[in-house]
Design a protein around this ligand. Sequence first.
Ligand code: ZN
Length: 155
Amino acid sequence: MTDKTREVLDGIKDRLTKATPGPWFLDAGGDSGVYTEARPSNTSSDVASAFRREDEAFIAAAPVDVARLTRAVEAVLGLHTPVVVYELDDKNGTWIYDGDERRVLTTLCGECTPEFVLGEIEDGDYDGSGSDADIHYPCPTVAAIEDALNPKEGQ
Ligand SMILES: [Zn+2]
């Protein structure tokens, strides 16, 4: 996950945390408005009101819906994590360094890359020459989430 996506998700979670605690609900008696038992002020249990009942239903469900969607996105991103493969010197089997940093050969998705490739990496048999089995990071799943959370101009 990119820093930008982490920032977007943290912003969503921060706004959720700072909102009046839920659950939020519509008045069962049919009065307009969105309410909570948390009493956001000393004089009222009102959270919001809107001109349309459907908008109030949307607002009332927002805290639960946002929490569920955020957890779902984080769960998927938590599965699709990068596997960084460092370059080895074939002559002596040691890491190749650029300054103080090991040279990165490639970065693959740990979830999408087949087990046999991950096994080759773990055994030091992966040559990095590239094959159709290599699923680079960010994989299509992560890229789709990143694109949705960080839309380009005009999207
Ligand atoms: Zn993946």
